[in-house]
Design a protein around this ligand. Structure first.
Ligand SMILES: Cc1cc2nc3c(=O)[nH]c(=O)nc-3n(C[C@H](O)[C@H](O)[C@H](O)COP(=O)(O)OP(=O)(O)OC[C@H]3O[C@@H](n4cnc5c(N)ncnc54)[C@H](O)[C@@H]3O)c2cc1C
Length: 412
């Protein structure tokens, strides 16, 4: 029986696995986490809107009824392509076909020391520790007797005006200005200052110019200060130095960049400056037609010659494509030669009831955009329980202005 190994059960790997799960192949899925994570809603965990279990599902549970699927909790550390073998922290495995879908990790553009002062959002641990950091600010402010340091304490700086920065800024604004107001007696939580820094001229630069302007205005209405053309030059404890000023803030969150997972350290491949592997048109790598790299870890161009963005629909479509290539190869049929991406639009939410949706040929914004955004996110969540929980949570917080997951759980 043909052995297929998929490393990484994020959007790309999970999609490949689902397409191959009912076949007669011997399928092994390896992930360093035991769950699949719906990253687009991670910011809601970080801002106390949802609980981690609402947006993650054990991989083992997803494949529980698939007899040809084995799920292994382990971490890839090397590949020996001449031997068709991979090395993990705990074992070695042989394959006939290998799919690497290990995604990306935060990038501080070479200034790795910044991560000590400005955490980023990539996994559940990041989200719960950012949540604790944000909630503790208000608790500390409530205890403070000398109000002099309050300005710095209640200032939140988000670096990077992409979807994560915009969504986090909107959610923190909503938390401080609407949700917490009645629960604190000493401080006025509405005085919290939320600043979004963006190096380029516009936030949400992938969306159309008019939607980007709309997003900026909507954030400003929520009380967020949006500073475009503002490049960060240094970050230290409680300080952000930009090309324009130095900002003192207790909470600084990095939403600015990602790089591919370190595939180059596992196998000799060519990558771009973000570490994304330059793959063939069928997403295999040069010299090894049985190894595929997909999702955020790979560099694939669209019809206009531009690299495809690191988005869930890109990863999922690549997963579908590679499953087809592998199936056809095994059945000695003609595999598809070239991957084409079908644009599935660009979505971002702003606060509790506003969003932008950009499909190029059609756009939505405001409440109708938010309803569309919500339906799409619930639809694409994995697992009925998660869909139901998220729906109930959103409905509850929409009607009551409350956020149920306001737990400080880091024990510090
Ligand atoms: C905060 C945030 C918000 C986002 N919002 C959106 C959005 O609104 N819309 C959108 O389309 N996209 C969004 N994205 C991007 C989207 O989540 C990614 O493009 C997508 O997850 C990429 O899929 P992937 O399968 O390549 O990687 P991932 O989904 O990251 O999955 C990688 C998997 O590989 C595993 N792994 C990594 N290294 C190893 C190893 N060495 N060994 C074993 N397993 C390993 C990981 O545990 C993980 O399960 C967001 C991303 C983040 C971080």
């Amino acid at each position: 029986m043909n052995k297929i190994i998929i490393v990484g059960a994020g959007f790309a790997g999970l999609q490949t696995a689902k397409k191959l799960a009912n076949s007669s192949f011997d399928l092994t899925i390896i992930d360093k986490n035991n769950y699949h994570l719906f990253q687009p809603l991670l910011y809601q965990v970080a801002t106390a809107g949802l609980s981690p279990a609402d947006i993650a599902l054990p991989i083992r549970n997803i494949f529980r009824s698939k007899k040809n699927c084995k799920v292994i909790l382990d971490e890839l550390i090397g590949i020996k392509p001449q031997l068709n073998q991979i090395i993990t922290k705990n074992n070695t495995y042989f394959y006939d076909f290998l799919v690497i879908a290990t995604g990306s990790e935060p990038s501080y553009f070479g200034f790795d020391q910044w991560k000590n002062f400005s955490p980023s959002l990539k996994n559940i641990k990041d989200a719960t520790s950012i949540r604790a950091k944000i909630l503790k600010v208000f608790e500390r402010a409530e205890r403070v007797e000398n109000k002099n340091g309050l300005d710095k304490l209640m200032k939140f700086v988000l670096i990077g005006g992409g979807p994560t920065g915009v969504e986090m800024a909107g959610a923190i604004a909503e938390l401080s200005k609407k949700v917490l107001t009645k629960e604190f007696t000493t401080i006025d939580t509405r005085t919290a200052k939320i600043i979004l820094l963006e190096a380029g001229p516009n936030i949400l630069s992938t969306a159309s110019h008019s939607l980007s302007i709309y997003a900026k205005k909507t954030l400003e209405k929520l009380g967020v200060e949006v500073k475009c053309n503002t490049a960060v030059q240094n970050i230290s404890e409680g300080l952000v130095k930009t090309n324009a000023e130095t900002i003192e803030a207790e909470t600084i969150i990095w939403c600015a960049g990602v790089k591919a997972s370190p595939v180059k350290s596992w196998i000799n491949v060519k990558t771009d400056e973000m570490g994304r592997v330059l793959v063939n048109e069928d997403l295999s790598i040069s010299d090894y037609s049985n190894i595929f790299i997909i999702g955020d870890a790979s560099y694939v161009k669209n019809k206009n010659g531009k690299p495809l963005p690191g988005l869930a629909p890109v990863a999922k479509q690549e997963g579908n494509f590679v499953a087809e290539v592998i199936k056809k190869n095994i059945h000695n049929a003609k595999p598809p030669k070239k991957f084409y991406y079908k644009n599935r639009g660009y979505l971002a939410t702003i606060g509790r009831s506003d969003a932008i949706v950009d499909f190029g040929w059609f756009t939505l914004k405001g409440r109708i955009g938010w309803v569309f955004w919500s339906i799409i996110h619930i639809y694409f969540l994995i697992g009925f329980r998660n869909r139901l929980m998220v729906f109930i949570n959103w409905l509850w917080s929409y009607l009551t202005f409350s956020k149920g997951a306001r737990l400080i759980t880091d024990g510090k």
